[in-house]
Design a protein around this ligand. Structure first.
Ligand code: SF4
Ligand code: SF4
Length: 183
C-alpha cells in the first residue's frame, strides 16, 4: 500500500477515514476481520521467538534502529489494527523524525508486537539475523522465514479484500482528491 503516515496529524486523518469505512460497511468486511485476527494470532505466536533474540542483541546495539520516523503506522497497519478491534497508540506531535522513537522504552518497544507498525515487525538487521541463524537449526530458521512470508501474504490478501469491499461502496461519492482509500 502506498499510503504512509508521517505525522500524528496524518495518522488521525487516516484513522477517522478507516473508522468511518468500518462503520458504514460493516457487513462487507467480515473477511477482512477474519484475516486480521489470523494475522494477529500468528504474530503473537512468533513474538516469543523474536523476543528471545532481540533481548540479547538489541541492548548491545550501538546504532539503534528505532527512530521516531518509523513509529507512524501505515494505512494498511491501521486497517489491520481496526479490523482486530484494537486502537493505534496515541502519537505525540512535533517529535523530530530522527529523534529516538517515542515508543522506545528501557526494555525495547512499548507497543505490543501485534499492533506495531509492520515495518518494525519485519525489520531484522544483520546482527539480529546472525544471532537467529547461529542459535537455531536450519529447519527452525526456514520455518521462521516461512511464517513471516505467510503473514505477509495474508496481509496483502487482507488489503485486497478491504479495497474490494470499500471501493465498491465508496467510489460513487468520492472525488479524485480523496483517492487515498484506493491503491
Ligand atoms: S534490531 Fe538491530 S539495529 Fe535495531 S536495535 Fe536491534 S540490534 Fe540494533
Ligand atoms: S519497534 Fe517500536 S520503538 Fe522501535 S521504531 Fe517501531 S514503534 Fe518505535
Amino acid at each position: 500500500m502506498k499510503n504512509n503516515c508521517n505525522s500524528a496529524e496524518s495518522l488521525i486523518r487516516y484513522m477517522k477515514d478507516i473508522e468511518d469505512g468500518f462503520t458504514q460497511h460493516e457487513s462487507r468486511l467480515s473477511k477482512v476481520k477474519y484475516l486480521a485476527l489470523d494475522i494477529s494470532s500468528e504474530m503473537e505466536s512468533l513474538n516469543s521467538f523474536i523476543q528471545r533474540h532481540t533481548a540479547v542483541v538489541c541492548p548491545e546495539c550501538s546504532s539503534v534502529c528505532c527512530i521516531n520516523r518509523h513509529s507512524y503506522h501505515t494505512f494498511d497497519d491501521i486497517v489491520y489494527i481496526h479490523a482486530i478491534g484494537e486502537k493505534i497508540p496515541l502519537h505525540k506531535a512535533d517529535i523530530d523524525h530522527a529523534a529516538p522513537c517515542q515508543f522506545l522504552g528501557d526494555l525495547g518497544c512499548t507497543i505490543p508486537r501485534t499492533i506495531r507498525p509492520y515495518r518494525c515487525n519485519w525489520y531484522f538487521c544483520a546482527s539480529l539475523l546472525d544471532h537467529i541463524t547461529e542459535h537455531n537449526s536450519n529447519r527452525r530458521y526456514r520455518l521462521f522465514i516461512s511464517l513471516l512470508q505467510q503473514i505477509t501474504g495474508k496481509r496483502q490478501k487482507l488489503m485486497e479484500e478491504y479495497a474490494s469491499a470499500i471501493k465498491s461502496a465508496v467510489i460513487p461519492r468520492l472525488g479524485k482528491s480523496d483517492n487515498f482509500l484506493y491503491y
